[in-house]
Ligand binder design. Sequence first.
Ligand code: NOJ
Length: 587
Amino acid sequence: MTLSLPPESEHTATGTPPENDPGLDPVATRPADEWWRSAVIYQIYPRSFADADGDGVGDLAGITDRLEALPELGVDAIWLSPFYVSPQRDAGYDVADYRDVDPVFGTLDDFDRMAARAHELGLKVIVDLVPNHTSSDHVWFQAALAAPEGGPERGRYIFRDGKGPGGDEPPNNWESVFGGRAWTRVTRPDGTPGQWYLHLFDASQPDLDWDNPEVHEEFLDVLRFWLDRGVDGFRVDVAHGLAKVEGLPDYTKPATGGSMGGASFPLEPELEADTQHPSPPYWAQEGVHDIFREWRRVLDEYEGDRILVAEAWVEPLRKLADWVRPDEMHQAFNFSYLMTPWSAPALRTVIDESLDAFGSVGAPSTWVLSNHDVVRHASRLALTAENPQGAGLGPDSPGQPDPVLGLRRARAATLLMLSLPGSAYIYQGEELGLPEVIDIPGDARQDPTWFRTDFEKYGRDGCRVPIPWEGDAPAYGFNGTGQSWLPQPADWAPLARDAQLGADSTLELYRRTLELRRAHGLGTGSVEWLDGYGTDVVAYRNGDVTIIANVGETPVELPVGEVLVASEPTAEAALPADTTVWLRVRE
Ligand code: NOJ
């Protein structure tokens, strides 16, 4: 096997621009040690990580108690999904008070203790910020409901008169991401029907009006509140949705063109906008960028390296790169990578496109395979039928995944992801090889998608089940009482952290891989493609490590060298199907 290294295919892909490139001057001045350019960031979903008070919902004290496991795993930072005051109609992404902790998760003191412990352990702390909408319980929305039509209280949200006789029709035809229409009509104090308000998500999540300066002021203050408490950054929810086209024109999904249309997040990104298929009037509008420039100026006032991370479902990648220009955000989730099928040509293409797109603006590429909105990759990669984002998996879903194949591919995919230069995200439980939980009974499901689609789409509960810590404890050590807000499968004992520590396990594979990634500086490295392995293989060199992923069915001959880590045993110098290896090749 010969290794050829075409020089033109090399990427320096943490976004650090090549020296002497006058076109990227502003970025070239950035210090080389910016932690977020190569960090591995672990997503904690607080409801399901660890539950200190035993009520069945995870909490901040539980996180503090279990935090040591994360430096032991080898990650650099944590990102926490929302823990703010909220009626929890969308699991905390419906915030009623941005400056306080919901009692179900604890108190502000619990947050401070958790953040202090994380910092003591060398972990950066990123919190979630939800600026597209508030909860309908927020004082602003309650004031809007009580206020007269046209009053300033209503001007913080998007209230409009209805169309048609008596204003009985919604102001336009937009659909909610979670199903159904994106407008709800309110009732006047005298009991007669009044105006409509926009909610791209659940009716309990009214959209804010970002044309209103008061909204800007409020969020600048919220940013400062958490920055003053010492957070290292913000993951910004729906960062492609804040600006809407003036006049709120109707939008009709193109007849052809796949996923575009409706308000199709989270769960379907937009296709490339062109004149035939313009972006929907609520996603990816130019106006969002000034908002994030404003926020960036605030972050830059603070000491340390504080970051903004965009949750923006935008395609193509070169358009997404606008979110991470030098004066905007630092990182954007690479959902194009997450959605890439298990196919070597597709993987090579998305890796190339990611490195080019993010690199062109001096930003690091990011990589992610799982989060709290998508089917866990240990199941997703073995689905045998289309599973549109957001549909989720239930007992009746077509294309049920083979769990053994799913885990095998997940391990291979993870080794591939963690070898790439840039910053990678791990979602809690993937290091245990957790699959999607498919057989959650209908009456236990909680995702608004399930209800708003009349039980047609299962939604996201299957990836949100509390994670197992101890095989032989109530709720697998999630708490001491055995309560769990979503039921845990009966067969998870072997997947528990304590059962996997020190064993031949997925957890130990993650630990070894993260240790090697750090030792070999892969996060700050580059990709040099290697030819000659065939179309079903992804092969490249990053520094002194050669990475080979066999995405096909035929074993692949390996070059002579030392195996650093492999997602499955590699007998007789052959790389089996659905396996990734990191090698130090003997020259
Ligand atoms: C994206 C979040 O990740 C998702 O969980 C939530 O439902 C929506 N934004 C609405 O806030």
